[in-house]
Design a protein around this ligand. Structure first.
Ligand SMILES: Cc1cc2nc3c(=O)[nH]c(=O)nc-3n(C[C@H](O)[C@H](O)[C@H](O)COP(=O)(O)OP(=O)(O)OC[C@H]3O[C@@H](n4cnc5c(N)ncnc54)[C@H](O)[C@@H]3O)c2cc1C
Length: 372
């Protein structure tokens, strides 16, 4: 074998995986189609370290988020990666929404999320003078991270432990070898075939296409892919909030929320724009300025003082969802040999939010499935 482990994709999840393999002493190679780390969804998100109170108890999203958050904070501390535990208020502006946030609180308690607290609207408004709400759920464990510096730290760790990353190297074909292992063929300027014992498909939006290129992989085990774009708007002027502010969640997303970068500059989003294509290459990441009207309406429910003309189209990301509008929300897929019967192979599908937060836990889970 050329290497022990090949990880396809150098996003936050692929890098966390490769770092975990390299840390455990395995010869690890990351193959990435783009010309650098984190050019996919990992640089098109809210950079929020989620608490874990939204997801059905016992689901992978719940377990990976709570465990991932704890591990992520420890990693960021140890590696001195900039992050801030600013805390988040999930706010209700009606009785229906109050019932929703009470439901999130109950799920959070079942999910073992630390220090959640239901507070009166007046108290939340005293903390954040620009806020309007009738009740709020306070999550002090929620934070923000510089996701690029997190990924750079992971890259450094992979390389320090003897691992390698190769860019502009799209995986075009995977052949399971009799007796174990894989031949992985790559395109790009210098096509090659690399043999490895273990293979992880962490190609994000491209994971479905990669799985289809695995010789003999059962097509019925590849879940459907549904794309939902999330648009962001920036906000001019002095930051109106110091904590993350989220409304009650909506179908397909957590609602147009207020988050901020580490310098305190606030932004709004993402909304949920279901796309008619399921081809990631066809996603247009331009933010349509006409969406501003819906943003103003959504934001003014909890920030009535928002002036006209202060929000401007910023960036967007795209969720690799496994379920569409009106369908039960799909969980993460960490599909190992117990599902498909191919030793040494894990396919990751549907790693949308909270994938960044979950990345260290997903890495450990994948190791459990194929490290031995
Ligand atoms: C709008 C939005 C907001 C979000 N907000 C948050 C948040 O606040 N907090 C949070 O925890 N999570 C959030 N997420 C989720 C999080 O961003 C993702 O779960 C995470 O970034 C996924 O990382 P990844 O490594 O799986 O995928 P990616 O970052 O997309 O990386 C996949 C990589 O695979 C490469 N690739 C694809 N095909 C091939 C191939 N054939 N050969 C080689 N390489 C290939 C791609 O070039 C890419 O670099 C959000 C997601 C979205 C869309």
């Amino acid at each position: 074998m050329d290497v022990d482990v090949v990880v396809i994709g150098a996003g936050a999840v692929g890098l966390a995986l490769a770092a975990a393999f390299a840390r455990s002493g395995r010869d690890t190679l990351v193959l990435e189609a783009a010309d650098g780390i984190g050019t996919g969804t990992s640089s098109r998100n809210s950079e929020v370290i989620h608490g874990g109170m939204y997801y059905p108890t016992g689901s992978l999203r719940h377990r990976m988020c709570v465990e991932g958050r704890r591990k992520l904070y420890a990693y960021l501390e140890a590696r001195r990666v900039p992050h801030q535990k600013r805390g988040k208020l999930i706010v209700a502006t009606s009785d229906t929404e109050t019932r929703k946030i009470e439901g999130i609180h109950a799920t959070g308690l079942r999910n073992d999320v630390e220090n959640l607290q239901l507070i009166a609207g007046a108290e939340a408004m005293a903390w954040e003078p620009n806020l309007f709400c009738t009740a709020a759920l306070w999550s002090p464990e929620t934070g923000i991270v510089d996701s690029h510096l997190y990924m750079l730290a992971l890259q450094g760790e992979i390389e320090d432990n003897g691992g390698m990353l190769v860019f502009e190297t799209p995986v075009t074909r995977i052949e399971p070898v009799k007796g174990g292992g894989f031949d992985v063929t790559t395109g790009g300027a210098e096509p090659a075939t690399i043999s490895c014992r273990r293979l992880v498909n962490s190609a994000g939006l491209g994971a479905h296409a990669v799985a289809r290129r695995i010789e003999g992989y059962r097509a019925d085990l590849i879940p459907k892919l549904v794309l939902a774009k999330g648009n962001y708007f920036g906000c001019a002027g002095r930051p109106a909030f110091t904590r993350l502010i989220y409304p009650a969640p909506v179908e397909g997303g957590l609602g147009v929320h207020v988050t901020m970068d580490l310098a305190g500059r606030i932004k709004f989003g993402p909304d949920v724009e279901w796309l008619s294509t399921n081809n990631p290459a066809e996603v247009d990441y331009t933010v349509d300025p006409r969406r501003a009207d819906a943003f103003y309406a959504a934001i003014r429910r909890y920030w009535p003082g928002l002036q006209n003309g202060v929000i401007t189209p910023d960036y967007s990301g795209c969720r690799p969802k496994l379920s569409g509008p009106g369908e039960p929300v799909a969980d993460f897929h960490i599909d190992g040999p117990e599902l498909h019967g191919i030793e040494g192979l894990v396919n990751l599908f549907g790693i949308e939010s909270p994938g960044l937060t979950s990345s260290p836990a997903i890495a450990d889970e994948v190791l459990k499935r194929i490290a031995n």
